[in-house]
Design a protein around this ligand. Structure first.
Ligand code: SF4
Length: 388
């Protein structure tokens, strides 16, 4: 997926045994994290940095990357919370202390304006060799009672919220009836609700029936962020993605046939130098067979703790791509991409050497010209300005 990071520590009630998703754990103390009377019950909890709050206080510019953890200007210090003063501003009640997040918290860049609720903690797969997002968390299902409380609390402060992102890494793994219940809480609490999104793995999608997917879409879940990463079976196997490219393509088509939009990511450099051509070509072929509505190309960036395990998955023969190699992959991919439906393509993630934006196949020639010009002139984004 949509890959993000991880966390533990609070109040949760045990879901019914037959509703526990594969790989999930539960906590004995899951409860509402809305905290009207004091600080967080765990040092890992932080006040929710709601996007609307950021906007009101003029701190929108502090949002960066995919880690929502960067939103905080100060940590919890008792009953006060950032930006909340007990006054009314813009017609909204600002005396409500926000609920808490179990950090770290990740969201897609395009969810910067969304209200975020942690319906799970961590990632149910949590094994992708390149991903460090949720390594510090055990996958945990948060209780419906706790979520209902948080959603109602948030609705007092942000009644006009119209976009919601369900965190953590793998919310779509939740049983369908559990997700439908959360969606009903959201619709009841936010009359202007227009879009609910979450991360999903191909396996999550394929485990749900067509009727279940349609029911979730009808309940206002409308966008899934899916990490495809590569169309090359060997690269996907070594990266421990947990689903073959064929299965991933089926998942994309299945979700979109039910009316859910898919925003997919692929990772340049994931196969290293040796398998770069196979990776680039097979990824484009996969996209041609299963075109998502949105497609983002990221560049491989490993945290120091993932370097060793990642290289071990590649028999310690992995050679990282340089900028020239990454642009070569991008060029080959674009030459091969010819999706039968429009795909909104971006390579403007903070990790990228070259920012591209266009719609495929319509803008393919222009995008190719931009890549070739960058290769010829060596004009890429400075390495120091790239980050996860
Ligand atoms: S599915 Fe893989 S990439 Fe996504 S959050 Fe889980 S471990 Fe990370």
């Amino acid at each position: 997926m949509t890959g993000p990071p991880s966390f533990p520590g609070l109040t949760f009630s045990m879901p019914a045994p037959n509703s526990m998703p594969r790989g999930a754990s539960s906590r004995p103390e899951d409860g509402c994290w809305a905290s009207p009377h004091g600080g967080p019950p765990s040092p890992r909890l932080r006040p929710a940095p709601m996007p609307a709050l950021m906007r009101w206080t003029g701190r929108k510019g502090s949002v960066g990357g995919t880690s929502a953890g960067g939103l905080f200007k100060k940590s919890w210090g008792g009953t006060a919370s950032p930006g909340l003063s007990g006054r009314k501003r813009g017609g909204l009640r600002r005396s409500v202390v926000p609920f808490l997040y179990d950090m770290p918290l990740f969201r897609p860049p395009s969810e910067a304006e969304s209200l975020i609720f942690q319906v799970t903690l961590g990632c149910g797969h949590n094994q992708c060799a390149f991903c460090s997002m949720y390594r510090s968390k055990t996958y945990t299902v948060r209780s419906l009672d706790a979520l209902e409380c948080e959603i109602r609390t948030a609705a007092i402060a942000w009644p006009d919220a119209h976009r919601v992102f369900l965190a953590d890494g793998d919310a779509f793994r939740l049983p369908t009836d559990h997700l439908l219940k959360i969606l009903s809480f959201l619709r009841d609490a936010f009359p202007s609700l227009a879009r609910v999104s979450c991360y999903a793995t191909p396996g999550d999608i394929l485990r749900k029936s067509e009727d279940e997917l349609a029911a979730l879409r009808a309940a206002k879940l409308s966008l899934l962020y899916v990490g495809l990463e590569s169309g090359d079976p060997e690269t996907v196997r070594r990266a421990a993605k947990g689903a073959s490219p064929e299965a991933a393509g089926r998942a994309v088509n299945r979700a979109q046939a039910a009316g859910l939009k898919v925003s997919a990511t692929i990772i340049l450099g994931l196969a290293g130098r040796v398998r770069a051509r196979e990776h680039a070509w097979a990824t484009a072929v996969m996209i041609n067979k299963a075109p998502p509505v949105y497609l983002s190309a990221l560049c491989l960036m490993l945290t120091p703790e993932r370097e060793g395990p990642f290289r071990a998955r590649f028999d310690n023969t992995f050679e990282p791509q340089d900028d020239e190699g990454l642009l070569g992959e991008l060029e080959l991919m674009l030459e091969t991409l010819n999706p039968p439906r429009p795909v909104i393509f971006r390579s403007n993630h903070a990790s990228n050497a070259l920012a591209l934006a266009g719609t495929l196949p319509r803008d393919r020639d222009r995008l190719l010209a931009e890549v070739r010009a960058a290769r010829a002139e060596g004009e890429v984004r400075p390495v120091v300005s790239r980050r996860l």
